[in-house]
Ligand binder design. Sequence first.
Ligand code: SPV
Ligand code: MG
Length: 308
Amino acid sequence: MQCQPQALRPTAAHQYTRPSTVERLRAEVCSNGELSFLMEAHDGLSARIAERSGFKGLWASGLSIASSLGFRDANEASWSQLVESVERIVDTTEVPVLVDGDGGFGNFNNARLLARKLCQAGAAGVALEDSCFPKMNSLIGERHPLADIDEFSGRLRAVKDRVAEHLLLVARIEALIAGHGLNDAVLRAHAYADAGADAILIHSRERTADEILSFVTEWGNRLPVVIVPTTYYQTPVSAYRDARISTVVWANHSMRAAAAAMRRVCDSIAAEESVASIEPHIAPLSEIFELLRYDELALAEQQYLHPR
Ligand code: SPV
Ligand code: MG
C-alpha cells in the first residue's frame, strides 16, 4: 500500500490547489545551484516561528523532538511519538517538513512502516541514517556502530518501494562520525544512490568543514548534498555555495535557544519570587495569540457559531 501525498488528502480545501509538499521540498533540497536552508522545529510553536522567519522548509530534528519530550536522542522516543510530533509540526505550518527518521527504528520493515506513517502525517521527506538500533546522537560519545552497507541499502529500497515519489528520501551517512574515513563515506554514498536515495546527507562533528568539503569534492554531486553544520558553525555559508552543496540544516538552534531562555527566566523568577522583572524579556501573550491565529478562530465563530 502506498500512502497518499498530502496534497490529495481530503483534509483542507487549500491542500488541493497548492503543489504537494514533497515537490516543494524537492525544489528546496534538490534544486541545482541555489543553497537552501532548513530550520529545526520540534513542535507546533517552533515550526510556526521558523516559518514566520521566512524559512522555506523545516527539519523535524530527532534530537530536538526527543529533548522537548524529555528523552535522550538514543531512540528513547518511539516511532509513534516521533510521528505525533511531526503531525503537530505539519499541521501548524505550510512549508515542507523533512523528518529526521534516525535509522528507521529497526530493519527495513520498521523503516518502511515509519515512512508510510510519516507520509500519512503529511511529512514531505525523511532522512534515514546508516546507524544501528538503538542509535546514539552523533555529537556525543564514541558508540556509533555503522549498519552494513547492503542491509542499509535494503532499508532505503524498502522505503522507496513503499512511499515512492510521495516522500523525499535522504540517505544520511555516519561514516565520518564513526571514524571510518572518507573512502567509506563515498562508497556508502554511491551504494545509497543506487538504492534510490534522492539526496545524501553527510554528517561530521569536526570543528571545521574540511572533511565535508573533501567529501563533496570526491562525490562530485551525483546526488544533491545536505549538511548539518552544528559543530563547524564558524564556516561561512559562502563556502557551501562555492562547493555547490544543496542544503544546510540548522538542526537544533530553536530548541537550544528555548532551553537557554527558559533557564534564565526560571532562575530569575525563583530568585526574585516575582515575574515583574522578566516581563519585558519574554514574548507578550499577544504575540502567542497572533502566532497561533486566534483571529482566525474569532472570524470562524462569526461564520459558523453566530451566523447573521
Ligand atoms: C538531529 O537534529 O537530531 C540530528 C543532527 O540528527 S545531530 O544532532 O547532529 O545528529
Ligand atoms: Mg537526529
